[in-house]
Design a protein around this ligand. Structure first.
Ligand code: NDP
Ligand code: GDR
Length: 330
């Protein structure tokens, strides 16, 4: 039986990856930091199948111990401060967790299980300002946020450990990927949750930032398969994972609102609070290397993804609202 250690297992990608690895018969260890409130929502259905290890990316001793206990064949480093907008008000925490802590995780592997295969969650945010489109593995980086800068460090330190210590370390440069488990602050989920609330009469308006930015949005369930495939190859390498299609935030609004028979222009209000100090105007990925070498294929398209998210949010918001009515009535 193969074993894997996942950091960030309570997040969107960690939960889909854990499900995938469990379905393949892996023993899955999940690193979990101490939080003052419970955050098992994404892993509710597999909580009892994961071997939980207490640890924090900022605490090297806990990471060495996690690797020592789990003796993993594969390590997936998904934990990060992952919200770009929060990286301006919290630039140092973002740098510590999203950049320096990648070295913590690599050191833990180098010290406690140097032959483990290592996956680093790199990001299309590293491309930032448009230098070349579509963006591929060889496109130069020009990050536009403290988060993007931190991810560039994480990417290069992973490449450096591969070259310095002969570690099987891969960096997946993933473009935006979404799902019903996406955090509510990210634009797709904010929109699909907003649509559900407006449709059910619980909210009237949705306050948004830049509607012109273009993103290459895919489905998280498809993207975690690419992470796994990267670690099954003969040689470690870096890969772009994307759909090769881009849409504006405006198109996202149109698709989500029209799906429930609403017009987004009747509800969306532009609020400067959601406009970023520096924007990434356009992200469009060329994933031909992953298709050719990994045999990776996309299954869920843009509209299908947004409709899936609206459907799930309608169900959830309706259930929450019924529960609240019951609580207030009793
Ligand atoms: P989420 O924000 O959903 O999950 C982040 C995870 O990191 C959570 O499990 C969180 O734990 C954990 N975490 C944060 N800080 C620490 C810490 N100090 N110690 C241990 N765990 C910590 O992110 P996603 O699932 O969307 O993304 C996964 C990774 O992929 C991230 O690194 C992200 O930057 C990167 N990425 C994501 C893309 C996307 O479109 N989703 C695209 C490209 C890259 P807790 O539950 O306790 O908060
Ligand atoms: P991003 O995702 O920054 O691309 O990072 P996000 O969904 O936050 O923003 C996408 C685009 O939408 C614009 N936007 C808004 N964004 C949010 N969150 N809220 C709004 O109200 C709003 N209005 C417009 C943004 O300006 C931006 O252009 C995600 C994260 O998952 C990163 O961790 C990951 O590395 C990258 O994707 C690839």
């Amino acid at each position: 039986m193969k074993s894997a250690l996942i950091t960030g297992v309570t997040g969107q990608d960690g939960s889909y990856l854990a499900e995938l690895l469990l379905s393949k018969g892996y023993k899955v260890y999940g690193l979990r930091r101490r939080t003052s409130t419970q955050n098992f929502e994404n892993v509710q259905n597999i909580k009892d199948k994961i071997e939980w290890i207490s640890g924090d990316l900022t605490d090297l001793a806990s990471l060495i111990e996690a690797v020592r206990i789990s003796q993993p064949d594969e390590v997936y480093n998904l934990a990060a401060q992952s919200y770009v907008a929060a990286s301006w008000p919290q630039p140092i925490a973002t740098g510590q967790i999203t950049a320096i802590c990648v070295t913590n995780m690599l050191e833990a592997v180098r010290i406690a299980k140097p032959d483990a295969r290592f996956y680093q969650a790199s990001s299309s945010e590293m491309f930032g300002k448009v230098v070349e489109t579509p963006q591929k593995e060889t496109t130069p980086f020009y990050p536009r946020s403290p988060y993007g800068v931190a991810k560039v460090y994480g990417h290069w330190i992973t490449v450096n450990y591969r070259e310095s210590f002969d570690m099987f370390a891969c960096s997946g440069i993933l473009f935006n990927h979404e799902s019903p488990r996406r955090g509510l602050e990210f634009v797709t989920r904010k929109v699909t949750d907003g649509v559900a609330r407006i449709k059910l009469g619980l909210q009237k308006e949705l306050r948004m930032g830049n509607l012109d930015s273009l993103r290459d949005w895919g489905f998280a369930g498809d993207y975690v398969k690419a992470m796994w495939l990267m670690l099954q190859q003969d040689e470690p390498d870096d890969y772009v994972i994307s759909t090769g299609e881009m849409h504006t935030v405006k198109e996202l609004l149109e698709v989500a609102f029209s799906y429930v028979g609403l017009n987004y222009e009747d509800h969306v209000v532009i609020d400067q609070a959601f406009v970023r100090p520096a924007e990434v105007d356009l992200l469009l990925g060329d994933c031909s290397k992953a298709k050719e070498k990994l045999g990776w294929e996309l299954e869920v398209g843009f509209k299908q993804l947004i409709h899936m998210m609206v459907d799930e949010d309608l169900k959830r918001v309706e259930a929450e609202s019924r529960y609240n009515q019951f609580v207030y009535a009793t």
